[in-house]
Design a protein around this ligand. Structure first.
Ligand code: AMP
Ligand code: ZN
Length: 469
């Protein structure tokens, strides 16, 4: 299995630190809002990496954090007049719902930054003791970048260039830094912000130290894979390497994987441009399996453009797989012959070649687009060869193969009867209209129809509310 390592800028053979095991850390979202479809990209991609590793027989310890203390969370808490904890707890729960919808497996551990402050203080203390960090007069603790000779190795930046760049950018309040490149490990509290007591001042950790500490605690000092979106290469991951390697004296992560960005209608997705789409919004229009398919139909290191057309194409393509699965299931149920004939056995060998193709694609730096192409070859094969009169053995073998390959990609092939939010809203509107026209029979019919699909309606003074049973 080969993967592209940002550190060496080459595709390298994957050799785990410990045989049969993979230790993997993926930087998770800052939880101050519903996640957007850009955040969904690393979630889907690295969940697929994990699933493929598991399929290959590795035991994967997969850790992904939630950053639950941050300026944006505090800002949102102030706007709403609630605590920062209330904001982060709410959006962690919402994020988990979206992950479930996208069939992203829960991590082995989902640590929260606020629960790991002691470890952060400990690591900062070690860095100070070793001469890699220093507290300034106001209690801010900085990392002393120039003492780490390998700084810049991940982002392939030259220290001199970096230094002059930072000097040009220096803002007031940063005069207390020994060097413009130095970054914050601990910062003093501001009025109204959450804080923790530390030897340097009451305050809170910088963002980078969180991941170094959580990775060490849950995976150890050396890990196999560290991953995230490409915007994290610099400074976040560069700083994580500096902190961890200076503290532990060991190589932090062997392989660094980064997904390219998701754009929207060929523009960068950003709040200021107003072209921001949340996963929740998408879920009102599509089954989130469609979003997953859309992400996997491109290489994770290529920029990907989100558009309505591509989503429609993904929906149709996914439907072809689902239909093939449903047809195979029908064939299994209707088969009158049990065992595969000699000619069917020959055909099944051909079918197996699609698994080989699939694996070849995934072994080549997780080329999920080519892996999907192999799935479509299997679909075509099934549609052509598993026809009426096929044996149960033949139909079952092809069906199981289809399910297995799709499951590695995290795609659920069984047809879901699940009803989308938008369909529910439409039916509720139709029911309201029926009631207005005093067509109570139709209104009741709609209520029963929704109930059958597990949707419970409640008439309230603010209108009709619904919940899933
Ligand atoms: P954040 O909440 O901004 O820390 O982001 C969480 C994860 O989503 C990180 O791995 C980011 O690199 C990734 N990410 C954010 N925006 C995008 C985007 N537009 N495309 C792909 N990945 C993104
Ligand atoms: Zn991180």
């Amino acid at each position: 299995m080969k993967l592209f390592n940002t550190l060496t800028r080459r595709k390298e053979e994957f050799v785990p630190l410990e045989e049969g095991k993979v230790r993997m850390y993926v930087c998770g979202p800052t939880v101050y809002n519903l996640i957007h479809i850009g955040n969904a990209r690393p979630m889907i991609i690295f969940d697929t990496v994990r699933r493929y590793m598991e399929y290959k027989g590795y035991e994967v310890n997969y850790v992904s954090n939630f950053t639950d203390v941050d300026d944006k969370i505090i800002k949102k808490a102030i706007e709403e007049g609630v605590s920062a904890e209330e904001i982060s707890t709410r959006y962690i729960a919402e994020c988990k719902k979206d992950m479930e919808g996208m069939n992203v497996k829960p991590a082995t551990t989902h640590p929260l930054a606020t629960q790991e402050i002691d470890g952060m203080i400990e690591m900062i203390r070690t860095l100070i003791d070793k001469g890699y960090a220093y507290p300034a007069a106001d209690g801010t603790v900085y990392f002393r970048v120039k003492n780490f000779k390998e700084y810049g190795k991940l982002s392939h930046k030259n220290l001199d260039d970096l230094q002059s760049g930072f000097r040009a950018l220096q803002v007031s309040g940063e005069e207390q830094k020994e060097d413009p490149m130095d970054f914050v490990l601990w910062k003093p509290k501001k009025e109204g912000e959450p804080f923790w007591t530390s030897p340097w001042c009451d305050g809170r950790p910088g963002w980078h130290i969180e991941c170094s500490v959580m990775s060490k605690k849950y995976l150890g000092e050396e890990i196999d894979i560290h991953a995230g979106g490409e915007d994290l290469i610099f400074p976040h991951h560069e700083n994580e390497i500096a902190q961890s390697e200076c503290c532990n004296g060991k190589i932090f992560a062997k392989y660094w994987m980064h997904n390219a960005f998701l754009n929207i209608d060929n523009k960068k997705m950003s709040k200021s441009l107003g072209n921001f789409r949340t996963v929740r919004e998408i879920s009102q229009q599509y089954d989130l399996q469609v979003l997953r398919f859309f992400m996997l139909n491109a290489h994770y290191r290529s920029p990907l453009n989100f558009s309505a057309d591509l989503m429609e194409a993904s929906k149709n393509a996914l439907e072809r797989i689902v239909e093939a699965g449903a047809r195979l299931k029908d064939r299994i149920a209707a088969a009158s012959v049990e065992a595969a004939s000699e000619s069917e056995k020959e055909l099944l060998k051909t079918a197996e070649s699609f698994t080989a193709k699939f694996e070849e694609a995934m072994d080549d730096d997780f080329n999920t687009a080519d892996a999907l192409a192999a799935v479509f070859e299997l679909v075509k094969f099934a549609n052509t060869n598993v026809t009426e009169g096929a044996s149960r053995e033949m139909a079952s073998a092809v069906y199981e193969q289809l399910i297995r390959l799709c499951d590695i990609l995290g795609l659920i092939v069984e047809r879901k009867e699940e009803i989308l939010d938008q369909e529910i809203e439409d039916l509720i509107a139709e029911r309201q209209a029926a009631r207005k026209e005093k067509n109570f029979a139709r209104a009741d019919e709609i209520r029963d129809l929704l109930l059958e699909k597990g949707i419970i309606l409640k008439d309230t003074r603010e209108g009709v509310k619904w919940t899933r049973a």
